[in-house]
Ligand binder design. Sequence first.
Ligand SMILES: Cc1cc2nc3c(=O)[nH]c(=O)nc-3n(C[C@H](O)[C@H](O)[C@H](O)COP(=O)(O)OP(=O)(O)OC[C@H]3O[C@@H](n4cnc5c(N)ncnc54)[C@H](O)[C@@H]3O)c2cc1C
Length: 386
Amino acid sequence: MRIAVVGGGPGGLYFAYLWKRRHPSDHVELFELGPADATWGFGVVFSDEALEFLRADDAETVDAIAPRMERWSGITLNLSGESVLIDGIGFSAIGRLDLLRLLQERARLVGANCRFETQVQSVDQLAGYDLIVAADGLNSLVRRSFEGDFGTSLSYLSNKFAWYGTTKRFDTLSQSFVATGLGSFNAHHYRYAPDMSTFLVECDVATWNRYGFGEKSVEESKAICERVFAAALDGHPLISNRSVWRNFPWIWNERWSFRNMVLIGDALHTAHYSIGSGTRLAIEDAIALARALEARPGDLPAALQAYEAARKPVVQKLVAASRRSAEWYERFPEHMTLDPLDFALGYITRSGRMDLARLAAMSPGFIARYASVKGTKPDPTQGASR
Ligand SMILES: Cc1cc2nc3c(=O)[nH]c(=O)nc-3n(C[C@H](O)[C@H](O)[C@H](O)COP(=O)(O)OP(=O)(O)OC[C@H]3O[C@@H](n4cnc5c(N)ncnc54)[C@H](O)[C@@H]3O)c2cc1C
């Protein structure tokens, strides 16, 4: 089989590696518009749960990535000068570029032909391939060329976000919520290397307008964010990498394939960064696609249908949780009026995936602090104002 993979992000690279490793006589060619040694963004975080899913399929790759990862347990919420630790929840993080380099090396080692700095300009260029795997991300050319056939929908959240890095090292995944005279900000921050952290700043559109960010350069916006988050940054600078303000896009496709083209990863669906699952979903899509193709050799339409049938319900569940999480962030200034413990309870139960029984088992320290300060056990309807 001759396969073209469009896009050398985590989804495309992982599919190219997986398929070529298992089917060495097939021709796998990957096209990536960027160079091999550059990318946008900083680190990506995986929950322990997400890594275990991947380990079940491919322990070798997890073992290759693991030594490069930062690990910790817990989420720290900073609000109104207080910190609340929600203990017991494990995470690992890695620089996006580090992850891509590891996957590039694995794809090359098994013989996939990765062509960097090679943009696919039109789907017509890919005539002659038996299968086109569209792993070309949010602005997928393949998807945009056949939007009606894929049943694409696209909408945007109203909050604005900018993805920075910083040299400040954080002990846990942390969230800082800061009220200023012109509105409220929130930052998601966590370390992904011994000396580097991701620092993602978010605010509602009213605050964004009051600060005049629409007219400010990347450097001017960064300087304002450094002042707003001076306490969290502790004298460290923010670092920009094309850190423009954006609105998070919701992408969904009713049909996952058309003719010999199939969508995976962000080209197919998005999951809000607050549940940190986009990279995991892209890699799991690649695994599901490879399985479906292997189960129906020689019958591409049936294999692509089987991929969608098996994978869609799983993705729909995660996307629904990520939408509930995003709705909480869309109203985060309102939640900031709660006292820090109720705020933390609302935060941790926001996506609907964490009920009180599970929280009590995972985070006994948080539950004990809550009970000792409040004199009562948490009531999810009190904190979970979502
Ligand atoms: C602010 C932010 C924070 C995030 N944080 C996390 C996190 O903590 N954890 C997590 O798991 N995920 C996170 N994500 C999501 C994650 O980055 C994406 O979900 C993930 O990268 C999707 O992988 P992908 O391979 O589908 O697409 P991408 O990583 O977007 O890769 C697509 C690739 O296709 C290439 N391409 C596009 N068009 C063409 C073309 N015509 N020809 C050739 N190449 C092309 C692009 O250059 C790109 O390299 C975050 C996303 C954002 C925006």
